[in-house]
Design a protein. Structure first.
Length: 304
């Protein structure tokens, strides 16, 4: 089966393409900007999601059997400043993809959603997929909207859309602002990472290799019964606990955190990922300690 990856030149997309190509799978990338993907089995197509004829033609010409849709404006804080741009990229772009898939006869679409779809939840309770979404940013609203579009296209047109609510992704190649990356990069540079708040705020980090593998498993799953799946790295830590892990690996790291939660960031309990294990075959392979060690080694070789 040929798999097309939208945003294949992006952060998670590159890792998905590399895993597929490394397994000698047929993979096509579809990106606004041209970038030759790694792996001899990968084909790069330059195009816009809004160019419906080009997208349909690409799906048909390459006999695409499944699409992993990662292309998006991906940062909740940026969406607060750019709500219209975020909604156009995430919602209208996804709508064009679903329509192209319907026209080309593609059935399986893996839609990248986010933990931001949930918004604030009870920190003392496990978060199941049945929890009521309460997004707190335009980005979160856009992700909930793509999930609803996937559900409607599945019900009305027979598409098989699977949405993945991923937690905080980190790892090699990340360029966007992200707290784990920013903390370890500052430590490696000998700089101080300082926040006046947030030591008690809880995060669920997932290594990019796990995020990519979850997407591929979702694309291949024979009969997923849920339309939405939680995907995390399997653990939750406070920002203060993360700082302790970094200091243990980089003695002398200057990390100054104030108490309490991080204002404006969602507060959530640990994700239940049992449905993804049961129906997709996903379980985390990169616990935080292993992922942090690997990421630090990579950053030493590829300083930002």
């Amino acid at each position: 089966m040929t798999i097309l990856v939208t945003g294949g030149a992006g952060f998670v997309g590159r890792h998905i393409v590399a895993q597929l190509a490394g397994a000698d799978e047929k993979v096509v990338t579809y990106d606004r900007d041209y970038s030759q993907p790694a792996g001899s089995g990968a084909v790069a197509v330059q195009g816009e999601l809004f160019d419906l004829p080009a997208l349909v033609r690409t799906l048909a010409d390459h006999d695409v059997g499944a699409v992993i849709h990662t292309a998006a404006m991906s940062h909740p804080e940026i969406s607060v400043a750019l709500p219209l741009t975020t909604f156009a990229a995430n919602v209208e772009g996804t709508l064009h993809l679903l329509e192209a898939a319907r026209m080309a006869g593609v059935r399986r679409i893996v839609n990248f959603s986010s933990e931001c779809a949930y918004g604030d939840q009870d920190e003392g309770a496990t978060v199941h997929e049945s929890a009521c979404p309460r997004p707190s940013t335009p980005y979160g609203v856009s992700k909930v909207t793509t999930e609803h579009l996937g559900r409607v296209y599945s019900q009305l047109y027979g598409l098989d859309v699977v949405s993945l609510r991923l937690t905080e992704v980190y790892g090699p190649g990340l360029r966007m602002p992200e707290v784990l990356k920013d903390m370890v990069v500052a430590a490696l540079r000998g700089e101080t990472f300082a926040l006046s708040h947030g030591a008690g705020h809880r995060f669920q980090f997932i290594h990019v290799e796990d995020a990519a593998r979850a997407a591929i498993l979702a694309a291949r799953a024979s009969a997923p019964r849920q339309g939405i799946y939680n995907i995390s790295g399997g653990s939750q830590v406070t920002l203060g606990e993360l700082a302790g892990l970094v200091r243990a690996r980089l003695p002398g790291a200057r990390i100054d955190l104030g108490p309490g939660h991080w204002p404006g960031w969602d507060r959530q309990g640990p994700f239940d990922i049992s449905a993804a294990a049961r129906e997709l075959g996903y379980s985390p392979q990169w616990p935080l300690e292993r992922g942090l060690d690997s990421y630090l080694a990579w950053l030493r070789e590829h300083p930002l």
